[in-house]
Design a protein around this ligand. Sequence first.
Ligand SMILES: CCCCCCCC/C=C\CCCCCCCC(=O)O[C@H]1CC[C@@]2(C)C(=CC[C@H]3[C@@H]4CC[C@H]([C@H](C)CCCC(C)C)[C@@]4(C)CC[C@@H]32)C1
Length: 925
Amino acid sequence: MLQEEEEEVLPLSPEGHELPAPESSSAPADAKPLSPSVLPLPPTASRMPGAAPEATPPPRSQAPKSLPSTVGVQDWAATEHAWLGRAFILVNSGCIDNINHFTQHPIRTNKICHALKATHSELVELEPRCYRLAAVVSDYDIHPEFKHNGFRSILLSVWKCLRQLQEALARCAQERSSYFFLSFDAVYEQIEDFGARMLSKFNVLLELTLELQAILPAREQFVTIEGNATAEHIFRCGQSVDVTCFYGARAGFHYESGIQHLMKAILTAMASFSDAYHSTEDNQFVKGLSSAWSAVKYALDPEVKAQRLVEQMRRRNPAFVKSFWNLTDSTLARNMSKIALPSIAVNRVLFIIGSNLVHDIPDGRLIISPPIVGRLGECRHRHGETQPISPDYASFLRRAYHELFAAMDPHELHQVGQRVRERLRRLPISPAEREALESTLYQMFELAKRQQAAATISGAPTSAQTASTQPAARQDDTVGELVQEESVLNHDVTNELDRRDTDAAASQAGAASDATAKADADDLPALVLDSRDVEDMPETSPDEVGDVAVSIFTKAHVGSRVPSVSFKPPEESAFQGIPRFGAIQVRLLCAKKYTGQATPSKKGAAKHAIPVVEDTNIAPAKGLLVHFHGGGFLSNSSKSHEVYLRNWARDLDVPILSVDYSLAPEAQFPRAAEECFYAYVWALEHASLLGTTADRVLVAGDSAGGNLAVSVALRCLVEGARAPDAIYAFYPVLNVKLALSSSRMLASFDCLLSQGVLETCLIGYVGKQDKSVQDNPFLSPFRATDSLLARIPVTYLVGLAMDPLLDDTLAFASRLKAVGARHCVSVLGDIPHGCLNFKDLTRQTKAAYQHCLSLLREGLEDTAPAEKPEWRTYRKPLPPQPTRGRTADRSAEPTMVLHGGGGNTHVGSNSIHTVAPPPQPSSGK
Ligand SMILES: CCCCCCCC/C=C\CCCCCCCC(=O)O[C@H]1CC[C@@]2(C)C(=CC[C@H]3[C@@H]4CC[C@H]([C@H](C)CCCC(C)C)[C@@]4(C)CC[C@@H]32)C1
């Protein structure tokens, strides 16, 4: 039984280790592999031509000394990659066969012959390079039975290219003798693209990859670029290689066919968006029209599109990347998603107003302060000058905040206000800081007052009142306030909170608080410096920086601001305001209305009134899922990720709280990480408002969100907060550093995460911060210390074989293994980064969704395998699919899941065993 299953667990090798029959029904009957011995050599093709195919930056090294200039089938047979060797033989013979034919039967144009010869010379160069790599790939597996690493993925990509080349060669062989060689142009283009052009780039990339392999110690994934001459060289070459051939008609060649169309569509959209973005046209309508026209133009001419894209990616412009990716948040996309996505009972944006959280832990209480908005150390005054912020500033602000919100009643608030003001007078700070603080305090004071008044009316306890029932917490207990927000599309949420403040004050505080308010305002004249209404304040306009800086309770989520497809470049970012506290935007998604959940106020109440707690018949859920969306830290939102969140809410039947953390580059690290942590603790403390008992709490995120999920868990360990019961990181980035890895080499032809885009995200999120920040475990969990990682809760990692970030997953899994932390890592094939966002589009992405879902279930129900030590490998069955008479595409089949054991046991390779997958409750599989 074990043996049988072991056989099932194949590494990510392509279909049957052979090039499959060409997909086209016109496949030649004689497209059988030819034996190398019967291959005639073309007259022009030497086995090792010296000429480089194109002027590309990296110098081509000589053939490896240890290798013969040709690689025979028997050489390949000794490696695990015999299938790649066979592909080379097949393509090589197809190439030679066609060359021979066209040499003997010249046709009116010899361009196809040129293409074939060029292809052949690329092939003979590429084969030994691949062979060299194939001989060492297994050194980089994180486990002998878990055959995944970036080097393997590169070889697989070569194979995918060869497969499509072979298809063209076979078609050519079949049709070349026909009088009407109708598909001549198509065949020629296919040979030219996959052969002459792509193989030549693969030659360059393989050469760079081999250089990388030479400096990468076995079993390691990363090499830091800085300070390593070879790595720097590889990196620079990677930047300058002309990769246009990967972004044109053949974009996404390494994915399954359904995904290829999608990638091409996204790239067309990106190219035309780029045109519109950089156009000087003012009229939005004309801009829209010209963009639609360029989309048509690019769809018809993929070559021009590719050039445009490569040029755009090289610019490394975070604002552009952000604007384009944020199209998913556009009104159009939102409306479309509203129609297409399943409906759920609760889908609501909430704001958590930052205040000190009191978090009960077994050893006592923990006070978690809200993240500070804006960068410490720098203050841009509204009159323009920039000056440093004194360290006293933040501590004063925190303390004042804490005191004001702990006040029990208007009288006490009044007294606290005076005390704070007195302290401020004595504080040795600059006039600009003083001015900002005074204004900030004024707003805090106003808010605290409204909170008290609103609580008096609604009967809900204020933070201070809550505290009064718990004397021990009296000092610090201020409950983060929850503000319900609209569900109206295209509602600008930026000023939601401010409006809510005004509305709530007007409608709820009413006359009862008016007198107090007046008295307080009179008593605190020094705090009233800038009481201008903040409602219509643009968030990132440079001119308004001063104003933005002093408005403490505007929404913290400053990133995603492209409410409609306006094609307008965002204003230059100027979010360098004076540190302040900000409200954190979150979205609550539930399939049901659980009892005790905070729901919108009753009909007729002010729109932004404080939500009420409702009784329904549905008992609170036991679990809670706190989610962080991806988007390269620059873009996207909980809304754009509803594509799968709504399904999760239904399929998992737990409330999901998705955090709309602040986005880069306006808010750089550590803002997002801090906000996520704060929102997580807030959710624990207010679980009942979310409709859950929070018996089991999971954190999950995809991509950049996966990074934040792990970061939150690590911060829990460091701060002593209750750690989540399980962590889920789907294709995460875990080493946010300018570092090379084998899978990052895939960025050269990745449609979504090209090298330029990865660098852009890095620049956007980390910016010019001190280098030491790169080793911060909250930024790069991969860099956390052993002792910290050893305490991490069970971690589920899902990587993608063709993803440039695959090594982030593998390297982290390998560290978890080394410290004996329980984890589960799986690698899915053939689908692009961000696959959860494309979950309904293809069979493979659906399967990926199902796989992630089953892992989440395992965590929620606590059915993770308990045996220790255990490395569990099994393959998840894919859902049945119709093959429509064609060879089933099995290339994505090998999905392996590896579970790592817990405790301090070091897991050795001899403890490997295979077991059947655990029974999955109604997962639909
Ligand atoms: C040799 C290379 C060396 C490189 C060294 C650099 C190393 C740098 C290391 C770390 C830096 C940080 C890396 C950050 C990683 C980011 C991970 C990360 O978060 O990735 C996400 C990025 C956004 C995105 C791609 C995604 C998922 C879904 C995608 C969206 C689906 C549809 C969306 C279209 C725009 C819709 C168009 C609709 C319109 C109406 C036509 C689309 C494509 C937007 C983008 C997202 C995954």
